[in-house]
Design a binder for this molecule. Sequence first.
Ligand code: FES
Length: 94
Amino acid sequence: MPQLTITPAGWTLPIEPGQSLLEAALSAGVRLAKSCRNGTCRACLCPMTSGQVRYRVEWPGLSTEEREQGLVLPCVAEALGDVTLHAPSATQTL
Ligand code: FES
């Protein structure tokens, strides 16, 4: 099962099949910035420092330049293997 690592906290958690990165974080008690959860508001935008994702929606609210810079929208991104996100504002709730 792929793993999601959240830096700088260093939390590592499993990503269940079909989960978005945001859903995987929430199931493990890690709160990331979010609002719409459908890829439009960009509240969850954050840098992916390693890994690859695909998007559930055809037009996630992310420019080509932002994708090239490694930015992702975790609410609609599904991991294609292990992923590391840099989310300094993440908090643990469990
Ligand atoms: S929560 Fe709105 S784009 Fe991710």
